[in-house]
Design a protein around this ligand. Structure first.
Ligand SMILES: Cc1cc2nc3c(=O)[nH]c(=O)nc-3n(C[C@H](O)[C@H](O)[C@H](O)COP(=O)(O)O)c2cc1C
Length: 165
């Protein structure tokens, strides 16, 4: 099974089923295996199983609700002091987040990206909830857990979108 072709967003998680610590570490190892511009590795990851913090994160936007029933939430953030190529920070972080989704899929877990950056109001709210230092920026919230149900990925391959020149 190739996780790229089986991964789908998971928004319903099996209640009361925790994610094993070894899996969380594996997922974060995958995130930090991602490429970054000039190898700047600006990422910082907050991991929480705290129900109050998770509830508050789930309320950052109307679209963040899927976090509410997740056993664990990862907030992918970055350290502005680590940036050598600031313009590339969002791209770096997006790649790391995709690695999180793919590793979760590989481990039989489910996850979904809940967009935070580049919206300043959302970034500020997450920063306050997690009590982040001033030099950190919130990028993405990713709830992780065991999926309640799993559907097949839609086939989005469209040859018409390939332009051979
Ligand atoms: C940058 C980004 C932000 C997203 N933000 C949200 C979000 O706030 N809430 C949500 O439920 N899904 C969010 N998603 C998930 C997308 O809705 C989902 O990936 C898309 O519908 C395709 O479905 P699939 O992931 O199952 O293939 C986000 C995805 C990306 C890449």
């Amino acid at each position: 099974m190739d996780p790229i072709f089986t991964r789908v967003s998971t928004r319903q998680f099996v209640p009361d089923r925790k994610v094993e610590s070894k899996y969380i570490i594996k997922i974060l190892r995958a995130a930090m295996a991602a490429p970054t511009a000039a190898n700047q590795q600006e990422w910082e990851f907050y991991v929480t199983e705290d129900r109050e913090i998770i509830t508050r994160l789930s309320q950052v936007t109307p679209y963040s609700k899927p976090a509410a029933n997740a056993p664990v939430v990862i907030a992918a953030c970055y350290n502005v002091n680590a940036l050598r190529v600031p313009e590339m920070a969002d791209i770096d972080m997006a790649i790391a987040c995709e690695n999180i989704l793919l590793e979760a899929e590989y481990l039989g877990l489910g996850a979904v990206m809940l967009g935070i950056a580049p919206f300043e109001d959302r970034m500020q709210k997450v920063s306050e909830i997690l009590k982040m230092p001033d030099n950190f920026r919130a990028f993405m919230i990713i709830p992780v857990g065991y999926p309640v149900n799993k559907h097949a990925q839609e086939d989005r391959y469209e040859p018409a979108k390939i332009h051979v020149v």
